[in-house]
Ligand binder design. Structure first.
Ligand SMILES: Nc1nc2c(ncn2[C@@H]2O[C@H](COP(=O)(O)OP(=O)(O)OP(=O)(O)O)[C@@H](O)[C@H]2O)c(=O)[nH]1
Ligand SMILES: [Mg+2]
Length: 311
């Protein structure tokens, strides 16, 4: 219980900033009789600064302006905003493998630019799904740095799961192929593949990722694959460029936002769902193996809008 509370607090840090801005602006504007241009600008600026991006910020401001014009606002701003924000996240499928065949072998491929937290997440997911009763195998397909393999091996030890590494000099595609084979032989039905960080503008690296994606596809049917993009919660606008080009190399099934505990502004969640039409699956909320929070859209919006006690 103590640990759960700790995790929730770390997660909650990521909404504190947006929550503060939202409360300040909407409390003021909701009950004001006459509003000036600068009031709308201040609201829009707050939303942009909270990482909702210009499109969503403008949309919310315009809808609120319309409401004020018609003087139709009943109730409180919290309920109004809850409805708006919740509708943006409507359809966010936070679960993994929601249509997987029962008993089938499954694979998670983690992709993303350098240093976003892929290897750490591989470890966290390995522990998380092991605790749920899955027989997990971690496959080290990052061949760029020798240390990357050792780093993943340490996570495998912490998570208590099967670990596979290729022979030195092997290419990542063949490591994945062999890793899947080894996992199958060891009856490990839940394969998590850690890949090297790659710049989203490097064509060769994207082609390599494409190849890795194809090898996974050859071994698993689509409903048993989760290609997950790892994004640093602070990436802002750049997250969209990353998603666009990495999404061309492999079909993305969702996003994990890492480093949620370090100054994330919260609004990026809405942008990812709205502009990329990708579901947010998990939040990485720290450097420890247990610092993983399944993303709950309703809890998330309520935490921003309502003054509820942190459980
Ligand atoms: N605060 C915080 N730090 C994190 C989180 N996830 C990862 N880190 C840290 O971020 C750094 C990079 O993490 P890695 O897991 O090595 O990232 P990576 O994407 O595998 O990096 P490359 O393989 O080099 O591309 C490490 O210092 C981690 O401890 C998180 O959720 N919160
Ligand atoms: Mg790594």
């Amino acid at each position: 219980m103590e640990e759960k509370k700790g995790i929730f607090h770390k997660w909650f840090k990521g909404v504190e900033k947006i929550k503060e801005g939202v409360k300040q602006q909407f409390t003021r504007l909701w009950s004001a009789d006459s509003l000036q241009e600068e009031d709308w600008e201040a609201l829009e600026e707050m939303l942009v600064q909270a990482d909702l991006g210009p499109i969503l910020a403008m949309e919310l401001v315009e809808e609120f302006q319309e409401l004020k014009k018609q003087k139709t606002e009943n109730g409180n701003w919290q309920d109004w905003l809850y409805g708006k924000l919740a509708s943006i996240l409507d359809g966010n499928d936070s679960s993994l493998f929601s249509s997987a065949q029962a008993g089938a072998m499954k694979a998670i491929l983690l992709a993303g630019i350098n240093g976003v937290g892929k290897t750490t997440l591989a470890g966290k997911l390995a522990r998380y799904y092991s605790l749920l009763g899955e027989e997990v195998a971690l496959v080290a397909a990052d061949t760029f740095r020798a240390a990357a393999v050792d780093q993943l091996e340490i996570w495998a030890e912490r998570a208590g799961c099967f670990f596979f590494k290729g022979s030195p000099g092997a290419d990542p595609g063949s490591i994945i192929f062999d890793g899947i084979e080894a996992a199958r032989k060891k009856n490990r039905g839940f394969v998590i593949i850690d890949t090297a960080g790659r710049s989203h503008v490097n064509k060769n690296l994207l082609a390599e990722l494409e190849k890795m994606g194809r090898i996974v596809q050859k071994n698993f049917s689509p409903e048993n694959i989760e290609n997950l993009l790892v994004i640093d919660a602070m990436a802002g606008q750049n997250a969209f460029l990353q998603a666009e080009s990495i999404g061309k190399a492999i079909p993305l099934n969702g996003v994990i936002l890492s480093k949620w505990d370090s100054q994330a502004k919260g609004g990026i969640v809405f942008r990812i769902k709205k502009e990329l039409e990708l579901s947010i699956k998990y939040l990485g909320v720290g450097e420890k193996i247990e610092d993983l929070q399944p993303f709950d859209p309703d809890q998330f919006v309520k935490a921003i809008v309502y003054d509820e006690e942190v459980p």
